[in-house]
Design a binder for this molecule. Structure first.
Ligand SMILES: [Zn+2]
Length: 296
């Protein structure tokens, strides 16, 4: 091979590598484990404080602008007061065309779905329910910094999603509701993608009811991309209807789709630990979201 040929091959590779960032499931898994190492991230806990500092430090390495939105809320019975913190990382803040990617970072204070009633008052570690979505977004933040997508991206880690009472929708997704209240009039992303409970070893992501009803084009974009990439964990059928962080966004007029595998045996139990999650599952979701964002 001639020297000039080699030069052009290297150049071609450099261009190709730049346009197709590779999402690495092992890298995302390390972010999942790092969050769980702080212990449960329940309201007011030491794990919550340490993880908040960690998330701010991590996103600050990659985003152009980082802000924290603090808000007060009440939860539980008897009712307790806590301070919630939404962590917002903005990439290319000067761009008008924006996409919102989000996940909740708190974990449930009570493992009230645990098969053993003795565990119902114990906190949930939240490897899948909490850490998995954040882990995917932390790795995407690294990719966005190395290789900026065309739209401006806002990554938001919502607090206070998971301290709600069953059959009372307004007690869940409080971070997202606080975000929607504060920014609804000044912030208008083209669409939003929420990732929640996407680390399950046995990943089956059906389309979610509210997303299909109110953000059908975003759902189609995601599931079509998964089919194109041959990622079979995305199943193009509706299954659950889940009141999650996307609902307050939808109510504020943002087209928001939830990527969630709600069929998880360890949901709200003390068994929601990293060994139930896999790099392959995080990678499947990370690849789909990255492909949608980069090709948009
Ligand atoms: Zn939960």
């Amino acid at each position: 091979m001639k020297r000039a040929q080699l030069f052009f091959m290297i150049l071609a590779c450099a261009i190709a590598c730049k346009s197709e960032p590779v999402f690495d499931g092992n890298r995302a898994m390390a972010f999942l484990v790092a969050q769980c190492d702080f212990g449960p991230r329940t309201p007011g806990s030491e794990g919550h404080r340490l993880c908040r500092e960690y998330l701010i430090a991590e996103i600050t390495k990659h985003a152009d602008e980082v802000t924290t939105q603090a808000f007060m809320y009440t939860y539980g019975s008897p009712s307790q007061v806590a301070t919630g913190y939404n962590i917002i990382g903005r990439f290319q803040p000067g761009k008008r065309d924006r996409l919102l990617l989000c996940a909740h970072w708190d974990t449930r204070p009570w493992a009230d779905e645990d098969p053993d009633p003795a565990n119902h008052q114990k906190p949930v570690l939240g490897a899948n329910d909490g850490a998995s979505g954040v882990a995917v977004l932390l790795h995407l933040a690294e990719l966005f910094a190395q290789n900026p997508p065309r739209p401006g991206i806002d990554i938001v880690f919502f607090d206070a999603e998971d301290a709600g009472s069953h059959n009372q929708n307004q007690t869940w997704a409080l971070g997202s509701a606080a975000f929607a209240r504060e920014y609804a009039y000044s912030y208008n992303p083209r669409y939003a993608i929420l990732v929640d409970m996407i680390g399950d070893n046995n990943l089956n992501i059906y389309q979610e009811g509210y997303s299909v009803r109110y953000a059908r084009p975003v759902v189609n974009k995601l599931w079509d991309k998964a089919a194109e990439l041959g990622i079979s964990a995305f199943i193009p059928e509706v299954s659950y209807v889940v009141y999650d962080d996307h609902v307050p966004l939808l109510q504020a007029g943002i087209q928001a789709a939830d990527i969630i595998d709600f069929d998880y045996k360890y949901w709200h139990t003390i068994q929601d630990t990293p060994d139930k999650c896999s790099p392959a599952s995080l990678e499947a979701v990370g690849r789909v979201v990255a492909a949608v964002v980069y090709e948009d």
